[in-house]
Design a protein around this ligand. Structure first.
Ligand code: B12
Length: 219
């Protein structure tokens, strides 16, 4: 019950675009003993989801989205140092990127943070990354997993182009591909030949851990 109060305070700071309260809300949640991962997935992320809904209904404009993203980053800054690194270093690599034409990176950054806490080495290429650059990074870093994020219906096609690029370069069979972002459906992931569509960051990271765990789908 008490946990709900702290998670609600985090959510509300984001929904109300409140720079004045977000840091305190994040600090109080941590001091109250709330797991940092829970603070992110059940406080911060739902806050951004509500902001998205307000944008869709016309209550918030683009300027409010930009501010909400900054408020979210302030909260993440307080919480991130408290995320515990997994005891066992998985010693597996993930290359992750937001695809070409797309500048949305809040979701990708959460995935990156959670992967690091699970002991993965993550090479984050950033946003607006072309299929060619992603393919080059897979060639250079030889990751176990490639993660791609797209939030725009227009840019999610770049995920398919990237997979085609990987095939042409003879790299597709060497890497598992996980895709995420709200417009991306499991059916779309199937069509483009990705291995998995993550519902959210937490579930996607669980799948990555499963892939690299011997006997659970890993080698
Ligand atoms: C914040 C936001 C912005 C911010 C982005 C700030 C930033 N640094 O990322 C700003 C203001 C810059 C922005 C810009 C634009 N945006 Co915008 N934006 C949003 C908003 C409100 C929230 C997205 C978000 O960050 N959510 C919070 C994060 C934590 O959630 P998430 O991204 O979904 O990620 C979660 C999962 O999907 C998953 N995940 C995501 N990626 C991956 C990858 C992997 C590998 C895994 C495992 C998991 C995973 O994990 C995360 C946590 O669970 C959405 C609305 C919405 N409801 O989603 C619109 C939205 C995505 N934007 C939209 C649009 C149209 C735009 C603009 C074109 C607006 C404009 N007219 O200029 C520009 C495009 C800029 C560009 N070229 O990219 C539309 C897209 C419509 C569509 N389907 O194509 C949306 C849906 C709003 C709407 N309904 O119109 N936006």
């Amino acid at each position: 019950m008490a946990e709900d109060k702290y998670l609600a305070a985090l959510r509300e700071s984001i929904v109300h675009l409140d720079f004045a309260t977000i840091e305190t809300a994040a600090r109080q949640a941590i001091e109250a003993g709330i797991d940092p991962g829970t603070a992110i997935t059940q406080g911060i992320v739902p806050g951004m989801t509500i902001v998205g809904e307000k944008f869709e209904s016309g209550e918030y404009f683009l300027s409010e989205l930009v501010v909400a993203a900054e408020v979210m980053k302030m909260g993440m800054k307080v919480i991130n140092p408290h995320l515990k690194q997994a005891d066992r270093h998985i010693a597996r690599k993930v290359v992750i990127a937001t695809v070409e034409g797309d500048h949305h990176d809040l979701g990708k950054n959460i995935v990156t943070t959670l992967l690091i806490t699970q002991g993965f080495e993550v090479i984050d290429l950033g946003v607006d990354i072309t299929p060619g650059r992603i393919t080059d990074a897979v060639k250079e870093h030889q990751p176990d997993i490639l993660g791609m994020s797209a939030l725009l219906s227009l840019t999610m096609t770049k995920m398919g182009e990237t997979i085609e690029n990987l095939k042409e370069a003879g790299l597709r069979d060497r890497v598992r591909v996980i895709v995420g972002g709200t417009p991306v459906t499991p059916e779309f992931a199937d069509i483009i030949g990705a291995d998995y569509k993550a519902l959210n960051a937490l579930e996607g990271v669980k799948k990555c851990v499963e892939w690299v765990t011997p006997g659970k789908g890993g080698q």
